[in-house]
Design a protein around this ligand. Structure first.
Ligand SMILES: [Zn+2]
Length: 62
């Protein structure tokens, strides 16, 4: 990863969490995304609402 931060101070309070997806869980309300900060190990659970529109095809030229 391209880490540009040079701070070496201990991470105690707010910092820019580098959330990484640990696992995902499909529920009736949407997708539960279990993320974890690579820097401080904090965990977060996000609920990704069910999209009303079908996802776009993957054959998109970027
Ligand atoms: Zn963090």
């Amino acid at each position: 990863m391209a880490a540009t931060q040079t701070q070496t101070a201990t991470v105690e309070h707010e910092h820019e969490h580098g959330w990484g997806l640990e696992s995902a869980h499909a529920t009736s309300q949407g997708r539960l995304l279990y993320t974890r900060c690579m820097a401080c190990g904090a965990r977060r659970v996000e609920l990704e609402p069910v999209p009303t529109m079908p996802p776009a095809p993957l054959s998109v030229v970027v």
